[in-house]
Design a binder for this molecule. Structure first.
Ligand SMILES: [Zn+2]
Length: 420
């Protein structure tokens, strides 16, 4: 076996603090061993943590970076949907591409290497968003794998022409189909239609679901029921599901078991959920974020993701999944070492399972995809929001973020000499 490159002294996430060498050949991981010797380029990372790139299961690239076109006075979900629907009428394919590219490039330098992006389709925007993101997917395949989920943000059964466009997008290469039953005049009708499209194209399903704090009704049961009826377990995800945060313990446990049994995964979107939830409270404002780590304990496949970046749904965002996991840990009040490692798992291995990625992970035979973080273990990665130092995709370097250097005025040369 002829190796091209060795990543030396890597603390592979899950195996730390033990370190090893990783041998790369033709863009794939060809060897992992305590010590690999060969007369080829070697990069010693000195025991830093190595992850196989972060996995973002839920981000809206097509409507990112539009704060200058929208107002956010109430900060409610209804306002965000209305504002974006109005702004969307002015979108061109080129405009969508430029904004989405800006957001995707941020995600790349934050160490994200696999992405599911949700793209809006309806008779006003047509397939402009889909076509722009499809072009982006090809242009950035050297750095990131982009999976396109087309979905009807403004409803399906109440919006004639939308279903035909969703089908057209699937025929033109959309990877999966999404739904948004809470904006439909017939939520269960929409769920049924989305599953029918998924069956026709043999693709996965990803719904925006149960996005408020009223526990008196939920669409979760209907999605689980359809998943079982269609035998689609392991291929269905639901995002937000903030109602789960409003359930008393017994009902929460029952819902978690239902999700685990049906094979329905959950994506928690802390930034958006925190920003939009509980706007009708003037004190003791609820957090409104589903307890992902507790779902995980019940065997639910669970991811933490970004959702929106710089728009009325979330007027923030640097696309850092490590920061998002830290935000989740903070608001979910989890801080023990095993809980923090679970938070890292929810932006790496578990979302890879949600997306049914079969070649993810630092293992022999998989693509040589690595991100080196400026820390030594998973706990520190989340607790300290460790910075990604560089990334390698298919064996090629995709970004570098050199560590910061202090430049103190009184840092005399003697001291520096002593350190050297
Ligand atoms: Zn979303």
């Amino acid at each position: 076996m002829v190796l091209d490159y060795i990543l030396r002294n890597a603390a592979i996430a899950g195996s730390e603090p033990r370190t090893c060498d990783i041998g790369v050949a033709s863009g794939r991981i060809a060897a992992i061993s305590e010590r690999i010797e060969a007369d080829i380029p070697i990069e010693d990372v000195g025991g830093k943590l190595v992850v196989p790139g972060f996995v973002e299961t839920h981000i809206h690239l097509d409507k990112s970076c539009i704060l200058d076109r929208c107002k956010s006075r109430e900060g409610t979900l209804a306002e965000a949907i209305a504002e974006v629907a109005a702004a969307k009428r002015g979108f061109s394919e080129d405009d969508i591409y430029r904004r989405a590219r800006r957001t995707l490039e941020k995600a790349i330098v934050q160490g994200t290497m696999r992405v599911r992006t949700h793209v809006e389709v309806d008779p006003r925007i047509g397939l402009k968003g889909f076509h722009a993101i499809r072009t982006l997917k090809q242009a950035y395949a050297w750095a990131i794998d982009l999976e396109i989920c087309v979905f009807p943000q403004e409803g399906l059964l109440n919006d004639p022409g939308t279903e035909e466009l969703l089908i057209e997008a699937c025929e033109q290469g959309a990877d999966l189909i999404g739904g948004c039953p809470y904006t439909d005049n017939n939520p269960h009708g929409q769920i049924a239609r989305i599953f029918a499209i998924a069956q026709r194209f043999d693709c996965d399903v990803d719904f925006h679901l149960d996005f408020d704090l009223d526990p008196s009704w939920m669409d979760l049961e209907e999605v689980c029921r359809k998943t079982e009826e269609m035998r689609w377990g392991g291929r269905v995800a639901i995002g937000h599901v903030t109602k789960l945060s409003a359930l008393k313990p017994e009902r929460f446990t029952a819902a978690a078991r239902r999700l685990a049994d049906a094979g329905v995964a959950v994506t928690v979107l802390p930034a958006t959920d925190l920003f939009l939830a509980g706007r009708n409270h003037d004190h003791n404002v609820p957090r409104g974020v589903a307890p992902a780590h507790r779902l995980l304990d019940h065997g639910v496949t669970c991811s933490i993701a970004s959702n929106n970046v710089l728009n009325p749904f979330t007027p923030f965002g640097d696309c850092s999944l490590v920061r998002m996991a830290n935000l989740y840990a903070n608001i979910a009040q989890v801080g023990r070492a095993n809980e923090l490692t679970a938070c890292l798992d929810m932006i790496t291995a578990v979302p890879a399972k949600l997306m049914n990625l079969r070649d993810y992970g630092v293992a022999i035979g998989n693509p040589a995809d690595f991100v080196v973080l400026d820390c030594r273990d998973r706990t520190a990665a989340i607790a300290e929001i460790a910075r990604p130092l560089f990334g390698i995709k298919h064996g090629h370097r995709t970004f570098v973020c050199p560590p910061a250097k202090l430049l103190a005025a009184d840092c005399d040369s003697d001291h520096r000499g002593a350190e050297a």
